[in-house]
Design a protein around this ligand. Structure first.
Ligand SMILES: O=C(O)CCC(=O)C(=O)O
Length: 250
């Protein structure tokens, strides 16, 4: 979706990325303590405290985009994930599905990945194995570089080594400009290279829950929201307005 987010809001998100690099929040992946070339930095779950993220989540129109593309009559917000790859980053984002990282099941669960900077496929943009959201497979979370050990105790089979055999897969990638959004199922296998370009690559991925989402905490899933934090009941729709606010309804 070209031009999904306007320039003012993108500038606020980039400013937030700078502040996070200098003073990171609690949910960080970081390959280097200094703002140096080669650094892969991700931070997430900022929406509860950061006004810029709240504007993005509640006012940008992205919630409606997610709902409409999922064919869902409602959408709840799960979390934000801000990813910065400095020029020269070698660490790729490993090929993975999102759903095994998350304490949810359902088909109407998606990400909206918004480019805050330009990104091209050979240098740093996102790629997908076309159709892999329909494989009916569930791959164990792959640790992102620098991530702490929350993937040690996991559920799922190992993801095939897509990179080593990439010529055998139907891979599609997208060159993006600032403000462009890629919207994708939480079941699709996707990944990206490091950043072989000369500019920082910043993207904001937000996670959205549609009508058929159910709360399904399991070993190895993301600990930013656990059973202790929510009134959601395992196996049921997560009607928790505090942790998973209803952001759009038909
Ligand atoms: O931006 C990236 O490199 C990875 C993003 C990703 O995996 C996601 O948004 O689910």
């Amino acid at each position: 979706m070209p031009n999904a987010v306007d320039a003012d809001l993108l500038a606020e998100i980039e400013d937030l990325a700078d502040r996070q690099l200098a003073d990171p929040g609690p949910w960080v992946t970081d390959t280097g303590p200094e703002p140096a070339a080669g650094r892969l930095f991700t931070t997430r779950y900022l929406w509860r405290t950061e006004p810029a993220m709240q504007r993005f989540v509640f006012e940008s129109g992205i919630a409606e985009l997610a709902a409409v593309l999922m064919g869902s009559s409602t959408v709840r917000f799960y979390f934000d994930h801000l990813l910065v790859k400095e020029p020269g980053t070698e660490s790729p984002t490993p090929w993975h599905q999102d759903i095994p990282y998350w304490p949810f099941l359902g088909q109407q669960i998606c990400s909206v990945w918004v480019a805050c900077t330009e990104a091209s496929v050979p240098e740093s943009s996102l790629e997908f194995v076309r159709g892999s959201h329909r494989w009916d497979r569930y791959f164990a979370p792959e640790p992102f570089t620098g991530e702490s050990a929350w993937t040690a105790d996991f559920v799922g089979e190992r993801c095939p080594d897509i990179e080593a055999t990439r010529h055998t897969w139907d891979i599609v990638g997208f060159d993006v400009d600032p403000g462009d959004a890629l919207v994708f199922s939480s079941w699709i296998v996707h990944g990206s290279p490091g950043n072989s370009g000369t500019q920082r690559r910043t993207a904001l991925s937000t996670r959205w829950l549609g009508d058929d989402a159910v709360w399904a905490p399991h070993p190895g899933c993301d600990p930013s929201v656990t059973q202790d934090d929510t009134t959601a009941i395992p196996g049921e729709y997560p009607a928790d307005d505090d942790r998973f606010p209803l952001t759009w309804s038909a």
